[in-house]
Write a protein that binds this ligand. Structure first.
Ligand SMILES: Nc1nc2c(c(=O)[nH]1)N[C@H]1C(S)=C(S)[C@@H](COP(=O)(O)O)O[C@H]1N2
Ligand SMILES: [Mo]
Length: 255
């Protein structure tokens, strides 16, 4: 678009640093222009690339000791999906709950909760950081998403994993999150079913929630029902890769 190009030139004449970019991210006129959106996208990719360059792919998030576990792990965001379907699953102790893995995979499949609990598990004590200003240390136990990936065999075109959740907001918009495929194979990327040695309770995402360590709280999707492998995030939800990302949060929330 011609107007885009003129706007772009005017913008490039200014000497805006990265800090100004962040400040401008809240400005509606700018964020609505397509070139600016792509510039922001590039800035975000750079951040991700920069972080990946300095952090080895499998670098572990810091793990803590039992003594460091927070006495209270707050619950935040949706603390009960509140749907009839979820209430029924809860009443049945999630015996009929399934996790599906679909999309760009050779063999789509689903697992019951019991089947997931038969698989090798990992336990990790990590710190959760919420952008609303609180942190807590908890002990998570769950199954490695990498193990599940080996079972479904992603197709070469798969670039992202999208985590669909059982909860919806007041407007009926479902919570979801996403990560780059490579991050699914990180040893600390797990679908947790236990917190601090007990089955997950409803506020913390029963029966299954994502732990994507080295990323902020909103990436830690609760009530996960379906993992979908996709080539692009553009057609999912609001197109930005997550419930909060669709409202302006960074997709790459590395810490
Ligand atoms: N499905 C779902 N997952 C979610 C949320 C949510 O509202 N729904 N909130 C997110 C936010 S902002 C945070 S900080 C953590 C909170 O996890 P907790 O309730 O176990 O502390 O879950 C994240 N995952
Ligand atoms: Mo959060």
């Amino acid at each position: 678009m011609k107007s885009d190009r003129i706007e772009r030139r005017r913008f490039l004449k200014g000497t805006l640093g990265a800090a100004s970019l962040v400040a401008l991210a809240g400005c509606d006129n700018l964020t609505q222009s397509s070139w600016f959106r792509s510039l922001l996208r590039k800035a975000e990719t750079l951040t991700e690339a920069a972080q990946r360059a300095v952090t080895p792919k499998d670098a572990l998030a810091k793990e803590y000791g039992e003594a460091d576990i927070s006495t209270v792990f707050p619950a935040n965001g949706n603390t009960d999906p509140g749907t009839e379907a979820y209430a029924e699953h809860l009443a049945q102790n999630f015996s009929e709950w399934t996790l599906e893995m679909v999309g760009l995979v050779k063999t789509p499949r689903s697992w019951s909760l019991a089947a997931l609990k038969e698989l090798p598990f990992r336990t990790q004590i990590t710190r959760h950081d919420c952008v609303e200003g609180w942190s807590a240390i908890g002990k998570w136990t769950g199954v490695s998403i990498g193990d599940l990936m080996h079972q479904v065999e992603p197709l070469p075109s798969a670039r992202y994993a999208v985590f669909h959740c059982a909860d919806v907001d007041d407007e009926g918009v479902a919570y979801y999150e996403s990560m780059a495929l490579a991050d699914c194979y990180h040893p600390q990327t797990i679908l947790a079913y236990e917190l601090n040695g007990k089955l997950l309770d409803v506020p913390h995402g029963a029966p299954l929630r994502l732990r994507f360590e080295r990323q902020l709280g909103y990436k830690q999707a609760k009530y996960v029902t379906r993992i979908e492998l996709v080539e692009s995030l553009a057609e999912i939800g609001g197109g930005k890769g997550g419930y909060w990302e669709d409202q302006g949060y960074e997709w790459y929330a590395g810490i």
